[in-house]
Ligand binder design. Structure first.
Ligand code: NAP
Length: 295
């Protein structure tokens, strides 16, 4: 069997078209322009490119976006004051503080300072708690993207054995939580694996849906999965440089071998990656609706 490719690029494109139409309608019918601010502290090149991509996408969808870049030695108080300013700015519906922050700033304190109603990254404990109990909230972008990919590829989750490799707060744990919620797109039986898992192959071989977010290039091989599995590879690992100076990326799944056994699989790049920014835009539009009393 050669797997169907679940294209994040194509799925993200379709969702962005839907969002663009929604933004136009919000403007035309309600005079509402969704607004996003991104705040970057320091000059980490990867963070700079993520933030630039977020602003570019926002602009392309007609979302008002402000890009704030602060020097690496910015004090915690200064950053908290800036967050506070945007908490009360009516033009802004989404606040994104790019992580990681420099070591002298308490990340938890900054995330906690963001108004939960503008927390479009879905990292505020209020939103994490609401997600946990299945209440309407801003879902964290990468797990939300995984969920959309699974649903839009027509994969049935109800009753499925879902195995998640990785238990980080930003991917593994929330993905596992979303998969077991009692609603459409959930209702799975979920197993969460990590570095202390005793026999990982035992679990991965049982998976109907295997979601891998470990950060280890090409870790999952064909002999660790069953025939017909649906594989979502969240991993993004830089494994080298091309002659033209572009990073060569690999996922956490050995795509070439696993695609011969899987029913469907996401590629890297072009899988979960494009979905993450798209879900940030979706959350921003949702926030604008909520602030305007339209949701
Ligand atoms: P992380 O915080 O480093 O967490 C990695 C998790 O994987 C940990 O729970 C770790 O277990 C587990 N793990 C690592 N090696 C393992 C192994 N050999 N066997 C079993 N479990 C193992 O990473 P993350 O932030 O969740 O990111 C994971 C990957 O997803 C990275 O490649 C990252 O670049 C990518 N990512 C992509 C996107 C996107 O938009 N596409 C977004 C976020 C992250 P322990 O807890 O026991 O240490």
């Amino acid at each position: 069997m050669t797997a169907k490719i679940i294209s994040g690029t194509e799925t993200a494109k379709a969702i962005r078209e839907e969002l663009k139409a929604e933004v136009e309608e919000l403007k035309a019918k309600h005079n509402v322009v969704p607004g996003l601010v991104t705040i970057l502290v320091g000059e980490d090149p990867a963070s700079q490119s993520y933030v630039a991509a977020k602003n570019k996408t926002a602009h392309a969808l007609g979302i008002h976006s402000e890009q704030i870049t602060l020097p690496a030695d910015t004090g915690e108080k200064e950053l908290l004051d800036l967050v506070e300013k945007y908490n009360s700015d009516p033009k802004i519906h989404g606040i994104l503080v790019q992580l990681p922050l420099p070591k002298h700033i308490d990340e938890g304190k900054v995330l906690f300072a963001i108004d939960p109603d503008k927390d479009v990254d879905g990292f505020h404990p209020v939103n994490v708690g609401k997600m946990m109990v299945g209440e309407q909230c801003f879902l964290p972008c990468t797990p939300h993207g995984v969920l959309e990919l699974i649903q839009r590829s027509g994969t049935e989750t109800s009753g499925a054995e879902v195995v998640v490799v990785g238990r980080s707060n930003i991917v593994g744990k929330p993905v596992a939580n979303l998969m077991l919620q009692k609603r459409e797109g959930g209702n799975a039986t979920v197993t969460l694996c990590h570095t202390r898992t005793k026999d990982m192959d035992f679990h991965t071989k049982r998976a109907d849906i295997l979601i891998v977010a470990a950060g280890v290039p090409n870790m999952i091989k064909a002999d660790q999965v069953k025939e017909g599995v649906v594989v979502i590879d969240v991993g993004v690992n830089r494994i080298g440089m091309s002659d033209s100076g572009k990073a060569i990326l690999a996922g956490d799944v050995d795509f070439e071998s696993v695609k011969e056994k899987a029913a469907a699989i996401t590629p890297v790049p072009g899988g979960v990656g494009p979905m993450t920014i798209t879900m940030l835009m979706k959350n921003t539009v949702q926030s604008a609706r909520q602030h305007a009393g339209l949701a």
